[in-house]
Design a binder for this molecule. Structure first.
Ligand SMILES: Nc1ncnc2c1ncn2[C@@H]1O[C@H](COP(=O)(O)OP(=O)(O)OP(=O)(O)O)[C@@H](O)[C@H]1O
Ligand SMILES: [Mg+2]
Length: 310
């Protein structure tokens, strides 16, 4: 059996506004176990809590409820050394690569950094290793002498992937890795990430609002709505999703043959009903007020929070 890399148990997070009076529950009772080599996509509309989840997983955001474990060790018990090690084992690929690199730094220096910082190879081999990385992500060695502003968004994202691969990560956290790119380049970068994940055997937590990308990149998909998990299913079964919200998201995918309708708007979640999607659900019934929100097994490896799916 594959070993567990990352796990969330009852994880919740609230942001409070500077006055401390108002709070936003960005994530509630989140549970997930990510195995070595597995790729899990977390999907949902804007504001559903995806980035909050990725920042918690990366240890950038701390505090909150529940337990997050990396290799079985609770973040709450991490020593400085554990955090340092984590910085190496867990690599992030974010939406906006330009934010992760200083504008005046040359790409060569940026790629050399992890080799020097973690002493990944003898100094004399660093140039060869960085050239090899660039080749892996399909870029010429000549980009080493350029600065970030002299590369396209797609090229810069390839540089980010190259740097993430340098340390042979065990977990890749990718938050909207392709959404800032031109559609033609999105597919290439997605394919590169998938290939890199396969080759390294790293686990992947992919954060995206794009269901097509999720089905292409992931083994499993978790659907978040206002911080609540509404459905978990194998990515290959996404077209057979059962929860009304996931079905609405699928209906919102724009294709040339139709679609593109956003999920129906309705009352926002008031907290009075148990089902978080109650206010917007086209299939709601009065009894949804008293049932809901608990994830139920509806098929093998398929969970839904809608009681009507059983
Ligand atoms: N620093 C913050 N302070 C206060 N509230 C925040 C903060 N960051 C996020 N939130 C709120 O938490 C909720 C979840 O935000 P989050 O960024 O995790 O959503 P998301 O799913 O990543 O959205 P998007 O698809 O737009 O990136 C939202 O209601 C958001 O307004
Ligand atoms: Mg986000």
């Amino acid at each position: 059996m594959a070993e567990e890399i990352l796990s969330f148990e009852g994880v919740g997070f609230r942001y409070s506004d500077p006055s401390g009076r108002e709070e936003t529950a960005a994530l509630q009772d989140f549970n997930l176990s990510l195995m070595a080599g597995e790729s899990v996509a977390v999907v949902g509309e804007s504001g559903s809590g995806k980035t909050t989840l990725s920042r918690l997983a990366a240890g950038i955001l701390r505090g909150g409820d529940g337990v997050i474990r990396l290799d079985g060790k609770d973040f709450g018990r991490f020593t400085r050394r554990d955090w340092r090690e984590m910085r190496r084992e867990v690599q992030l690929v974010l939406q906006s690569p330009s934010a992760a690199i200083r504008p005046r730094m040359k790409i060569g220096a940026f790629l050399r950094e992890p080799f020097l910082c973690y002493r990944l190879c003898p100094r004399g081999e660093v140039e060869r290793e960085t050239a090899r990385l660039l080749e892996r992500v399909g870029l010429p060695e000549s980009v080493k002498s350029r600065r970030p502003g002299e590369l396209s968004g797609g090229e810069l994202q390839r540089v980010m992937i190259a740097r993430a691969l340098a340390v042979k990560p065990r977990l890749l956290i990718c938050d909207e890795p392709t959404s800032a790119l031109d559609p033609a380049v999105q597919g290439e970068v997605a394919a590169l990430l998938k290939q890199a994940q396969r080759e390294t055997g790293a686990a992947m937590l992919l954060i995206t609002h794009d269901l097509a990308l999720a089905s292409r990149m992931a083994d499993r998909v978790v659907v978040l709505y206002q911080g609540n998990t509404l459905e978990v299913l194998p990515a290959g079964d996404l077209k057979n999703a059962l929860h009304p919200y996931t079905r609405a998201l699928l209906g919102a995918i724009f294709t040339l043959s139709g679609g593109g309708e956003p999920p129906a708007k309705g009352e926002p979640y008031s907290g009075q009903s148990l089902c978080p999607y109650f206010g917007r659900c086209p299939q709601r019934e009065e009894s949804c007020r008293t049932k809901g929100k608990v994830l139920l097994t509806v098929a093998e490896e398929h969970l839904s929070a809608c009681w009507k799916n059983i």
